[in-house]
Design a protein. Structure first.
Length: 379
């Protein structure tokens, strides 16, 4: 298969993990060709590629014999992709199109952008980092073959394993910015308020043993300032335990890439329990989960009281598990395998079987998650 990725980024360097993963699949023979066409700047957000994006993509489809297109994390104020997809299929009638979604969005506010819903409505495969109401929204837009495909840790930036053992400077650390949405009723604004309450409670309970890292936390005596994205592991190693904040939305299975980055650091991690995330990593083995502020305090105290040796063991288990199953290279390989299976089934005039997804931990049979992790599978 010959893959064209419309890549979310100003340059290919903005997505080093996925770029390296697809190049590796070419080297392994799993892909015959791969080319990336960046379409969106990440800083500042919303800086979109010029109007020539789709014409460039069509030239690549024709010139390189592309038979597989991935619209990666196709969010933002983008032009309607449907005319592009229609023309690409005229050039290559057997073309498969995949769209992926990396954000959870909200049920009533901060809804998915129009370009994303337009893309999923005409794609052969639709991969999303959350299900539940997000999958319902996709199906309502006409999408078929909607599959869970969580975020993963970038194996290039965070795949080196243990950076250093915990220095014990802090008992608890939190890495995250103080963000808030424009609409006070939006999920992002609600999560921001809960995150602010969480930080205040942690600061009150642990004092100078709590390390706070990120943007816009002025006024908190525990604030250590912002950190570069790639220094999350070194920062985590300053504490005995990491705590994750409330997510921007509560869609089923949703995790950003931060929990995977955190678990890959070998410093134990505690996070908020969105529905069914306990299927992605095993609670008490790879991480801890909390549901509200009292349970967060109880989990923190219990994990700290277990002692440094047990914390080290949990951190090591989490790191080995995430790097062995939840990197961006794993996600890229799985998407290509699913696309190849679909193409073969269609070529044989058959309906492709529902994929058995690989993102669940060993205690969770993949077939048992199908009703939640797959929606409107038509093959």
């Amino acid at each position: 298969m010959r893959l064209l990725v419309l890549l979310q980024g100003a340059t290919v360097a903005d997505q080093p993990g996925y770029d390296a993963a697809f190049k590796s699949l070419v080297a392994q023979g799993a892909l015959d060709d791969y080319v990336a066409l960046p379409y969106r700047g990440l800083d500042p957000p919303g800086l979109e590629h010029g109007p020539g994006l789709y014409s460039q993509a069509l030239s690549l489809v024709a010139g390189r014999g592309i038979d597989l297109v991935l619209l990666q994390w196709f969010h933002g104020s983008l032009e309607d992709p449907r005319p592009f997809i229609e023309e690409a299929r005229r050039i290559h009638p057997g073309l498969l199109v995949m769209t992926s979604c990396g954000d959870p969005y909200g049920r009533f506010f901060q809804r998915p952008p129009r370009s994303l819903l337009q893309a999923v409505s005409v794609s052969d495969l639709n991969f999303t980092t959350s299900m539940g109401y997000m999958a319902d929204r996709f199906v309502g837009a006409g999408a078929r073959n909607v599959l869970l495909m969580p975020h993963g840790v970038c194996q290039l930036r965070f795949g080196g394993g243990v950076v250093a053992p915990s220095t014990g400077e802090f008992d608890v650390t939190f890495i995250g910015s103080n963000n808030s949405g424009r609409n006070p009723l939006s999920p992002l604004s609600g999560a921001s308020r809960r995150r602010q309450h969480m930080v205040k409670a942690l600061e009150k309970r642990y004092g100078r043993r709590f390390g706070l890292f990120g943007l816009r936390w002025q006024g908190h005596r525990c604030w250590q300032g912002p950190i570069p994205f790639q220094q999350q592991h070194q920062t985590a190693a300053r504490g005995r335990l990491q705590v994750g904040g409330y997510p921007g939305a509560l869609a089923t299975y949703y995790l950003s890439d931060r929990p995977y980055i955190a678990m890959a650091s070998a410093i134990p991690f505690l996070d908020f329990a969105v529905d069914r995330v306990d299927r992605l990593a095993e609670p008490g083995v790879h991480w801890g989960l909390y549901t509200d502020q009292p349970s967060m305090h109880a989990r923190i105290d219990g994990m700290l009281e277990s002692g440094d040796a047990e914390l080290s063991r949990m951190g090591q288990r989490a790191m080995e598990y995430v790097l062995g199953k939840h990197t961006q290279a794993h996600r890229a390989a799985e998407m290509i395998d699913i696309a190849r299976s679909l193409a073969r089934s269609r070529a044989a005039g058959q309906v492709a079987a529902v994929p058995q997804l690989r993102c669940f931990h060993d205690g969770v049979p993949a077939a048992g998650e199908t009703r939640w992790a797959t929606r409107r599978w038509l093959g």
